[in-house]
Design a protein around this ligand. Structure first.
Ligand SMILES: Cc1cc2nc3c(=O)[nH]c(=O)nc-3n(C[C@H](O)[C@H](O)[C@H](O)COP(=O)(O)OP(=O)(O)OC[C@H]3O[C@@H](n4cnc5c(N)ncnc54)[C@H](O)[C@@H]3O)c2cc1C
Length: 513
């Protein structure tokens, strides 16, 4: 173990080669000169073959006869999952993930471990194998998808589109008949590919979670840097692999509100609980007298959870954990809440609000990457470009499928954007309210349109479809619950603007950010 972090060298090199801008969107190449090169004509040029792009293309193939060119600088689809730490799993049950036309879940519940009794969470290896199968078994045999791996996309100053092979330097010009689809906007940051914002004195052992399984001797002390889902996963992995919680220090710049995975279970047997939790959120919104009161109500109903009930969370990022995982995390007593880490020295750590002594033989685990970065304020349908952004609460893959459906069946850009108002990528607790406000407005528009409504009724990525899986076709009791949810969604939607105005006007959101 060294302090040379295990950055993925290939990805690093690619990052340097990429011509980008401050907002991260692909930008013109400076020295683009027109030499003789092949030209590809295509309906959709999809930049990125991450999860959202795969979901978009899958639905375009189902809904149209368009042809698609997909380009990614990686050698296989799956985006950030290619760089994931080996013990990562989906946060949500696999049943909600993947592309619409193909199941990822085997619909069994875990029998052991901290997810026991809950539906399975695919590992990174399973997610990658799944996307590879989608490409090989569906996309390529369709004859309508051209796959350009190991290739960098860029746009010239005149708007022309180019793809350059990273292995042969061959450059191809792409002529787009319909749209460019940007599947890169999540700008997913994970520990293996990011540069930490703190300094590390040479000789200090600091690794990313990708290298944790390489530990070959016990360390007297372990310190996990980062309070996001990756930091939680690293803490839990250490405990599950025999490290006593008393030897773990957790450096947490911000406490987070967490979603309870028990409330996200698909399938008819769990519909009462899952739908009940959605109804519970709507009731909490409707009954809340202030934002602080809302979060208190959400916690009382076990809809949101936190590590320490005496500390007001200042972040919310859609992280989902099970109560059993939370209980393990709560065994860690040495939680450092002194702001961001600035430096790791052999004998101490330096943070925004102070310094603390440290065991010189500590193994630091850097989990400080941000995962999802809020994208620039742009619409989904943006002239001749489609931006793959979230249009439903914490559901990026369903969102991409819905965007593809809307693109396939509607023409008016105003109407299309009305179906696909952008749900903000969350960061602060109050974003929970903003996400619901946009989600509910979008859902109301979808339900008013017969075509969208019919598509939703059969899309396996749609929560309601996953929840009703295995139910009798006319199960009146369950259908009544859905009607109740719709009515309470309406009441919540009516109340949300007032709650949002209360903190937007500077009256304080009760979360002490
Ligand atoms: C640990 C973790 C767990 C998660 N669990 C869940 C879950 O349970 N459920 C859920 O719904 N979501 C989950 N997510 C979110 C989800 O998986 C995706 O992270 C999110 O949708 C973003 O994926 P993406 O495809 O948009 O982006 P990325 O995965 O970042 O893919 C973008 C792709 O674009 C390529 N690219 C970028 N620029 C260029 C260029 N100029 N030329 C060529 N290629 C380019 C990159 O190489 C990359 O492959 C999780 C995320 C993380 C990090």
């Amino acid at each position: 173990m060294t302090n040379t972090r295990d950055m993925n060298a290939a990805t690093q090199g690619v990052s340097e080669a990429r011509v980008g801008s401050a907002d991260g969107r692909p930008q013109p190449e400076a020295d683009e000169t027109l030499t003789e090169m092949s030209i590809i004509q295509t309906d959709y040029l999809v930049v990125g073959a991450g999860a959202t792009a795969m979901s978009f293309v899958d639905t375009v193939l189902s809904e149209t006869d368009a042809d698609v060119t997909m380009v990614d600088r990686r050698y296989r689809p799956g985006g950030h999952w290619n760089d994931a730490y080996p013990f990562v799993r989906l946060h949500q049950p696999s049943a909600y993930y993947g592309v619409s036309s193909r199941e990822l879940s085997n619909w069994t519940k875990d029998k052991t471990g901290l997810n026991r009794g809950l539906y399975g969470l695919a590992s990174a290896a399973e997610v990658l194998a799944y996307f590879e199968q989608v490409l090989q078994d569906r996309f390529l045999p369709s004859g309508r998808v051209r796959w350009l791996p190991m290739s960098e996309y860029s746009a010239a100053a005149d708007g022309a589109h180019y793809v350059r092979s990273l292995t042969s330097s061959e450059r191809v010009r792409i002529e787009i008949r319909k749209k460019l689809v940007d599947g890169t906007l999540a700008r997913t940051e994970i520990p293996a590919t990011h540069q930490p914002k703190f300094s590390i004195t040479p000789g200090v052992a600091c690794v990313t979670p990708n290298r944790l399984p390489d530990i070959r001797r016990p360390y007297p002390a372990y310190a996990v840097v980062g309070s996001g889902k990756t930091g939680m996963d690293a803490c839990i992995w250490l405990i599950q692999n025999g490290v006593p919680p008393s030897r773990i220090r957790w450096i947490m710049s911000r406490d987070a509100w967490l979603l309870n995975r028990e409330n996200f279970q698909p399938g008819a047997n769990d519909v009462d609980r899952t739908l009940g939790s959605v109804i519970g959120q709507f009731e909490a919104i409707t009954e809340a007298t202030s934002v602080a009161d809302l979060f208190s109500k959400l916690e009382q109903r076990s809809l949101l959870m936190r590590i320490d009930k005496t500390i007001e969370p200042t972040t919310y990022r859609c992280a989902i954990i099970s109560p059993a995982e939370l209980a393990q995390l709560q065994r860690i007593a040495d939680i450092v809440r002194l702001g961001h880490l600035r430096a790791i020295e052999p004998m101490r750590i330096v943070l925004d609000k102070g310094a603390l002594d440290a065991d010189p033989d500590t193994l630091y685990v850097d989990c400080s990457a941000r995962a999802l970065t809020p994208p620039p304020g742009i619409p989904v349908f943006d002239g001749d470009r489609i931006n793959l952004l979230m249009v439903r609460f914490c559901q990026p893959l369903f969102s991409a499928a819905l965007i593809a459906f809307v693109e396939s069946h509607f023409n008016d850009p105003v109407e299309k954007n009305a179906f696909c108002a952008v749900v903000p990528t969350p960061d602060r607790p109050t974003d929970w309210l903003r996400m619901w406000a946009t989600t509910l407005a979008n859902q109301a528009r979808w339900q008013r349109n017969e075509r969208v409504r019919n598509w939703l009724a059969q899309c396996r990525l749609n929560n309601a479809v996953a929840m009703m899986r295995g139910a009798k076709p006319n199960d009146e009791v369950k259908l009544e619950r859905f009607k109740e949810a719709a009515a309470k969604a309406g009441a919540a939607a009516a109340k949300l603007p007032d709650l949002i105005a209360s903190f937007a006007c500077g009256e304080g959101d009760g979360t002490h950010e």
